[in-house]
Design a protein around this ligand. Structure first.
Ligand code: ADP
Ligand code: MG
Length: 286
């Protein structure tokens, strides 16, 4: 069912299916694929129930199947994580329903959603590292790393945006975190590279002020992937710095971020800021 939307995949997933997915997520062992008998013994599903669940989850793309030493064995996929995360955000009353896809990046998929008051929001589903996975000599792949990386990115992004927002920086308000999903306030705007700003200096100051908040109030936090693509601007020219999963405490990345953003404003608007002074400002020394 490759054409199903995530919302549709979630809609056909019932409690027993969730139990299977949750087991596969929470009991990630040494190997990626878990034999059917082990899933059955640990979820308490009957053979019949498990058969129905596994078939359905395979059809929705939530699981992959292979034979391990002759037994059908299963592994959770990114779609499986997305389904669990969507349910998690629902249970937290952050997200009532999902809408259409906003965009698909290399390591994430952003989808529109609605909260319980029908306000628009976005959910960013992280997806990192699985493709780069290599099989070992026994033909097994380890699941741990890509799941850990993916969940780590979601958590890092949520925590970074939370700290910056709480300290009055300009980011979309983070609304919730579940598994690999970060729910965010919807920003009605365009990426900075597509904007024609009336007051570029105000926008640049606002970006730099946000970097300063991250650095000074969030323990030296640096965005780490700043570019005109990761800044959104609304029609009142309010800016929002987005895309924080790689946020880290590394001063070298700060210099890179500053070069990228100052370079854009210099090239497009002729604004010439002094790099050293900006660095001091962002680090709270000026
Ligand atoms: N809060 C938001 N409101 C509206 N659109 C958003 C929001 N966050 C992200 N987007 C859209 O999704 C795109 C990708 O988001 P981003 O966080 O940059 O992820 P990535 O670049 O890793 O795919 C953005 O360029 C923007 O178009
Ligand atoms: Mg981006």
């Amino acid at each position: 069912m490759p054409s199903l939307t995530l919302a549709e995949r979630v809609a056909v997933t019932d409690q027993l299916d969730y139990a299977v997915l949750k087991y596969l997520l929470n009991n990630r062992g040494k190997f990626e694929y878990v034999p059917k008998s082990i899933i059955r013994d640990n979820t308490g599903l009957t053979n019949g129930e498990l058969e129905v669940s596994l078939l359905k989850l395979l059809k929705t793309g939530a699981l992959l199947k292979t034979k391990v030493r002759g037994e059908d064995s299963y592994s959770i996929t990114f779609t499986g994580l997305d389904i669990l995360a969507t349910k998690g955000l629902y249970a937290k009353r952050v997200l009532k329903r999902l809408g259409i896809v906003v965009g698909e990046g290399k390591e994430s998929q952003v989808v529109y959603g609605y909260d319980f008051d029908d306000n628009l929001l976005v959910v960013k589903f992280h997806r990192v590292g699985r493709r780069s996975y290599k099989r070992n000599v026994r033909g097994d792949t380890t699941i741990k790393d890509w799941v850990l990386k993916t969940l780590g990115n979601a958590r890092r992004e949520y925590e970074a945006m939370n700290c910056v927002k709480q300290n009055m920086g300009n980011v979309p308000k983070p609304l919730g975190l579940s598994i690999n999903a970060v729910a965010l306030e919807f920003v009605e705007g365009v990426q900075l590279n597509k904007a024609e700003l009336r007051d570029p200096q105000k926008a640049l100051d606002s970006v730099l002020g946000t970097l300063r908040v991250a650095y000074v109030y969030c323990g030296g936090l640096v965005h780490g992937d700043l570019s005109p693509y990761n800044v959104m601007v609304d029609s009142s020219e309010n800016v929002f710095v987005i895309d924080w999963p790689q946020a880290t405490r590394d001063d070298i990345l700060l210099i890179n971020d500053l070069k990228n953003i100052l370079g854009h404003f210099k090239e497009k608007y002729g604004l010439d800021y002094d790099m050293d002074r900006v660095e001091e400002y962002v680090k709270g020394k000026a």
